[in-house]
Write a protein that binds this ligand. Structure first.
Ligand SMILES: Nc1ncnc2c1ncn2[C@@H]1O[C@H](COP(=O)(O)OP(=O)(O)O)[C@@H](O)[C@H]1O
Ligand SMILES: CC(=O)N[C@@H](CCC(=O)OP(=O)(O)O)C(=O)O
Length: 249
């Protein structure tokens, strides 16, 4: 079985992809790796919500999502962010498949905590036949949206979605590509981060906002079989490296 790499690209990072990013994807593709990209779009969702006079409210980096915000989230992710990203990938000669407009559900989800977050989900299952079919043809591009067993869409934090997908696919590596070179403390990137150290930094509020669900999602992936996670702003650069060995220390 070929090895799977899951790459999550945050909404800010989707606007600033370097030539080196596309080269790295080419290189992995040429080596026979299967690649699934999960994209974010948080800043774009916030911008459009504000333009439509909808409240923008996040708790620990998770968007509180009412029915109207869910519609905006779907429209922005599937109408703006995903097609733009797919065009960039295709323009660089990569064989790309945008997965969410195919009529097939990619991931199934369940409510995270409806009274607190509203229409927000966690990932419970993946459509293996469809994902396998896509990854055997090219690079899959997927939005962080899940569908419940009764057919409702749920908004899923991009890092949580990528970690869940990486876990369910048994990915060898998860890259969380963001707008900072790694987890920073006192303006310096921490090369390695243990679970214990992460909890101390959360407590001290030295890790905040969107970095909190990112790190929690990374450790969740490691607990469930993903071997390595890299938090970085460049696929070629090491940023903050997390591995299974760092769960116990
Ligand atoms: N200790 C930290 N190190 C790095 N970034 C941090 C830290 N604490 C909070 N952050 C914030 O987390 C952001 C990355 O999370 P987020 O905005 O959700 O990114 P993305 O959209 O790529 O998922 C950084 O831009 C930074 O503002
Ligand atoms: C529930 C939840 O928080 N969903 C996220 C989905 C997009 C996302 O995560 O985008 P970034 O990776 O760019 O932050 C949101 O609505 O912002």
């Amino acid at each position: 079985m070929s090895q799977i790499i899951v790459v999550k690209i945050g909404g800010n990072a989707t606007n600033n992809l370097s030539e080196a990013f596309f080269q790295q994807l080419h290189s992995w593709h040429d080596q026979g790796k299967q690649i699934l990209i999960v994209h974010g779009g948080g800043p774009q969702i916030s911008e459009w919500s504000q333009q439509l006079n909808l409240p923008v409210n996040k708790i620990n980096g998770i968007r509180v999502t009412d029915q109207q915000t869910l519609k905006v989230t779907q429209a922005v992710l599937l109408g703006l962010v995903q097609p733009t990203l797919c065009r960039h990938l295709a323009a660089h000669g990569l064989p790309v498949v945008g997965m969410n407009a195919s009529g097939q559900d990619v991931v199934t989800g369940a409510y995270l905590d409806q009274p607190v977050y509203g229409e927000v989900g966690k990932i419970t299952a993946i459509n293996h036949p469809y994902v396998n079919q896509v990854l055997s043809q090219g690079i899959g591009v997927c939005a962080p949206l899940a569908v419940t067993s009764s057919g409702n869409y749920l908004n899923v934090n991009g890092d949580v979605a990528a970690a869940g997908i990486a876990r369910l696919l048994g990915a060898e590596k998860l890259y969380l590509v963001t707008d900072v070179p790694g987890v920073m403390v006192n303006s310096r990137v921490i090369g390695q981060l243990s679970l214990k150290k992460a909890n101390q930094l959360f407590e001290a509020e030295l890790i905040k906002s969107g970095m909190v669900p990112k790190i929690r999602a990374a450790f969740d992936a490691l607990k469930h079989g993903v071997k390595e996670v890299e938090i970085t702003n460049q696929l070629q650069h090491t940023g903050t490296h997390l591995s299974v060995n760092q769960l116990a220390i």
